[in-house]
Design a protein around this ligand. Sequence first.
Ligand code: SAH
Length: 238
Amino acid sequence: MTTAFFAPPEAFRGDRVLFSAEEAHHAVRVLRASVGEVVVVVDGAGGWHRVRLDQIDRQQVAGTVLERRSDVGEPAYHLTIGLALLKNPGRFETFLEKAVELGVHTVMPLLTARTEKTRFRPERYDHLLVAAMKQCGRSRTLCLTEPQPLKSVLQAASDLSLICHEQADPAQALPAVLSRHPDARQLRVLVGPEGGFSDEEVRQAVAAGYLSVSLGPRRLRAETAALAAAAAVMLAKG
Ligand code: SAH
């Protein structure tokens, strides 16, 4: 699989697609693409296109769509991960890149009782999310929401809602819980900050219908826990 190009839906007009300056630069200077070459262009909204490059010059790079498909590389389930904002923004960034590869649909940064104050600007991550999508063969960009208080997140419903908690009953290990809910298509998994969720937060989540789940006997860093959960869902749901 070769790395795809990105062009947002508005870059397509009928069968024509016009590359942005950045993608044009990548095609011409980095990949030395030539007229007549056929490449894959994803639009970040599930659109996947086979495109023949038919104009490459100083002004622009453009092509003709030969084939359209949708949701290539996208999982059949819909996983939302709520990960508490982390003290170290670099760790959150690492998590986001890997979350794209693991097929996560939405990431909700959570504000919890023990979340430390940090600045968070989702638009800072646009470039990273698009690059990860192109690299791994997805056709949808991961949806990254604004930070949200845990309380409001607990109100939304899904087929299976889970909160990762080190003190969860070992019988409630994530893989076992997933195998008991084979039909769940909309899943949510919450992971706490460095200091963990408070007992009160876990109680509130359970009262809201969340199952408290274990990721095993070791205490994982928050971003490791979130990635382990995403990988477990990916492997269980195929
Ligand atoms: N409360 C801990 C550390 C929290 S680890 C302390 O300060 O000692 C950060 C988050 O990762 C937790 O809130 C939990 O959601 C998740 N997590 C880490 N290890 C886990 C495990 N073994 N099982 C379930 N969740 C885990």
